[in-house]
Design a protein around this ligand. Structure first.
Ligand code: ADP
Ligand code: MG
Length: 706
């Protein structure tokens, strides 16, 4: 696919170009002309002879062969034949603005499918259908029907929603924010977010990438591209359609089905994409990332002429990953020379209400020089003294920021009297806000990104397993499974599979009579646990099928009889094999839960949490997409809120975290090796300071349709 022809076309045909200003085919042509496009333009229209000064071609068949780009603004039904003709002419890129395809129903879906096939067979870079078009400021290309064109800049934007594109363009024009590339993806029949990441990663005109998506087209490819890309440039992305009702709206919107939110969260986090929750934040962050250097550390210094806002900033800072910098003695002593005695010399540095431009300049310079400072916020309340000198203040800040390798942010508290200065700062590339919160938000994201970029690439170790044994067990189930069906592998055999992966399954025997059970218990050693053994019962406690802490042969025999009869009573249809006799984990072990399910887009999603109310009520769970490295496993464990309970608080002995890491990486490997195991639930795993025991496990095997 020729992405160069797509972004830098030497010739563009506008099919459906119109002399009527109310038509989309007119807007596209006129935007292209207004953008100063210097390549050849071919309006195509069956009737006109000339539109906007350009001679008209009457039929697609009369267009030259091998055009770089054709833009389609015709009604829906002629689109498919047009694409066929363009393919025959060897057109390299096709933009379909026309709507009415998969987003509206079956017929449209099938047409889109055919268009996609033609494009793929002929290697056409096809955008849309159902999109606003694209802009490449550097090449004078604007084939959108949007009103108003953005300035050129170093930010690229792509979006699945055309309406959002319109709104954002308008906003950007108003805010004077410039774009390098602007692409409305529409239905993503061919070109999708992965192509964007791929291309924009190496685009010299783009420093920051913004994206709005409702779903990802190819999860694994997206992850790979995103991971490579975000090492080069920051990628800020909004993913909508996460709430259930949001997901429904998204599916009727562009015919996309939203993946599960946890999987997206994990995907973004593991590939270094900065997830943004709303459009306001997208712009705040885009501005900061696009015009300021990344902070090399978390330490922020604040220079302010008023106490309250300075303290509020410090509070917001402490709630974030950032810290208030501790200024060096040298800086403090230096400031004493020129600051009045009432000034507060510690961060936030309060240069008090009568501060003028010069005091701001001297203090900001001194603070920014300090080695303990990674970023500076200049906070200003429009007092009478400083308001008359605002222009000078702005000038000084611009000068200071331009010479510094540390990020400088400004917060002018107010609206009316600061407007001119604010505009001056923003135009010079200094992020300037009316409140301190966006500053903290931006810097925190920039700092996190900086940390992510400095982190070594994850290395997933290949674990030695008895793969043959594992295959043998799974094959036993596969052979009994027809396509499209699932089966649960319950505890006894699931444990065997775990053992093949060196996972610490509790010692377990199976007995078909109470006498056998007592014998098995003798071998394992008291106390033991008895559980119902049935391929048809997966939630054993629910049918009275689990007895713990049995200490004698009598108790074991008794439990055997009770469990089997209870199970028969609750599940009369179930085949009951007998009972499992299992080693009883020592008292005081913590219960944790490890498992995975499979996301349609991103594959196996591992989960980890502390058992009991922590998972069920507090939803204190961490997720990652498999495969994971050991350090990612450690991350998963650390990132639950109740981590301190595992680590041990107030002199309490903690559990062996390494044993949990081991389990996570091994389960990750199992999930990766067996794509047809669609779910796993190790619940509970018991851990103490010495070891971990998997006390219960069930797996779900699914045979895909062939
Ligand atoms: P279920 O099918 O109901 O999930 P489990 O095997 O998980 O059955 O047993 C229920 C509970 O019994 C567990 O959550 C755990 O608290 C306890 N338990 C199960 N096996 C053991 C064991 N080997 N040692 C200690 N406690 C156990
Ligand atoms: Mg269980």
């Amino acid at each position: 696919m020729d992405m160069h022809a797509f972004f830098h076309p030497q010739h563009i045909a506008v099919i459906g170009a119109s002399a009527n200003p109310a038509k989309i085919g007119h807007s596209v042509l006129s935007n292209l002309i207004q953008a100063g496009y210097e390549g050849a333009i071919y309006p195509v229209n069956p009737k006109e002879t000339q539109i906007l000064g350009h001679p008209v071609t009457h039929n697609i068949a009369d267009l030259p062969r091998g055009l770089d780009m054709a833009v389609l603004t015709v009604p829906r039904d002629p689109v498919l034949p047009a694409v066929r003709q363009l393919a025959e002419l060897g057109t390299k890129a096709v933009v379909i603005i026309t709507a009415g395809f998969k987003e509206v129903g079956r017929e449209g879906f099938h047409m889109e499918q055919e268009i996609k096939e033609i494009a793929e067979e002929n290697d056409i870079a096809l955008l849309g259908p159902n999109c606003l078009g694209l802009i490449n400021s550097g090449a004078g290309v604007n084939v959108t029907f949007a009103a108003g064109a953005p300035a050129s800049g170093n930010v690229a934007f792509f979006s699945q929603s055309g309406a959002l594109c319109q709104a954002i363009l308008d906003w950007a024009v108003g805010e004077n924010m410039g774009f390098s590339k602007f692409v409305s993806l529409g239905n993503k029949a061919v070109i999708n977010e992965s192509h964007m990441l791929d291309y924009l990663g190496d685009d010299p005109d783009t420093d920051v990438v913004l994206g709005y998506i409702e779903n990802v087209s190819r999860g694994q490819e997206f992850l790979r591209k995103a991971r490579a890309m975000s090492r080069k440039k920051p990628v800020l992305m909004i993913k909508s359609g996460t709430s259930t009702s949001g997901a429904k709206a998204a599916s009727s919107h562009t015919g996309a089905i939203a993946g599960s939110d946890q999987a997206y969260e994990a995907a973004f986090q593991q590939s270094g994409i900065i997830r943004v929750r709303d459009i306001a934040s997208l712009f705040t962050l885009a501005q900061a990332f696009s015009c300021q250097p990344l902070p090399q550390g978390p330490n922020l210094a604040v220079v302010t002429n008023s106490g309250g806002p300075g303290i509020m900033t410090a509070d917001a800072c402490e709630r974030s990953k950032l810290h208030m910098a501790r200024l060096s003695q040298e800086t403090i002593e230096g400031m004493q020379e020129f600051l009045p005695s009432f000034a507060s010399l510690h961060n936030p540095v309060d240069i008090i209400g009568d501060a003028d431009a010069e005091r701001y300049r001297l203090t900001s310079e001194a603070v920014l020089r300090d080695q303990n400072v990674n970023a500076l916020l200049i906070l200003l309340t429009p007092t009478a003294t400083v308001v008359s000198q605002l222009d000078q203040v702005a000038e000084n800040i611009i000068h200071l920021a331009n010479q510094s390798e540390k990020p400088v942010f400004v917060c002018l508290m107010g609206k009316h009297s600061i407007a001119a200065a604010q505009q001056k700062l923003v135009q010079a590339g200094i992020p300037c806000y009316n409140f301190p919160e966006p500053v903290i938000q931006s810097l925190e994201a920039m700092y996190s990104y900086q940390q992510w970029r400095n982190r070594p690439e994850e290395h997933v170790e290949e674990i030695r397993t008895d793969r043959e044994r594992a295959e043998e067990i799974v094959n036993g189930f596969r052979s009994r499974l027809s396509p499209g069906r699932s089966v649960e592998i319950v505890e006894y055999q699931a444990q065997e599979l775990l053992r093949a992966y060196d996972l610490p399954a509790a010692a377990t025997s199976i007995a078909t009579t109470s006498a056998e059970a007592a014998q098995a218990a003798e071998k394992i050693g008291y106390p033991v646990v008895l559980k119902v053994a049935s391929p048809d019962i997966s939630h054993k406690s629910d049918v009275g099928g689990v007895r713990v802490n049995l200490e004698s042969p009598e108790q074991v025999k008794q439990a055997f009889l009770e469990i089997t009869s209870q199970a028969k009573y609750h599940e009369p249809q179930a085949y009951i094999h007998g009972c499992l006799i299992q080693e009883m984990a020592p008292g005081g072990m913590r219960e944790i839960i490890v498992g995975f399910n499979r996301d349609d887009q991103f594959g196996p999603l591992l989960m980890f949490g502390l058992g009991g109310i922590h998972v069920e009520v507090l939803k204190d769970i961490s997720f990652k997409l498999a495969p994971i490295s050991r350090s990612q496993a450690a991350d998963m464990i650390r990132s639950i809120k109740s981590y301190m309970l595992l680590k041990g608080i107030r002199g309490e002995t903690g559990v062996k975290i390494r044993a949990i890491e081991d389990i996570l990486v091994r389960v990750s490997q199992l999930a990766t090796d067996f794509p047809d195991i669609v779910e796993a639930d190790l619940n509970p795993v018991l851990v103490n300071d010495e070891r971990a025991i998997v006390a219960d496990v069930r797996l779900t095997l699914h045979m895909p349709h062939t």
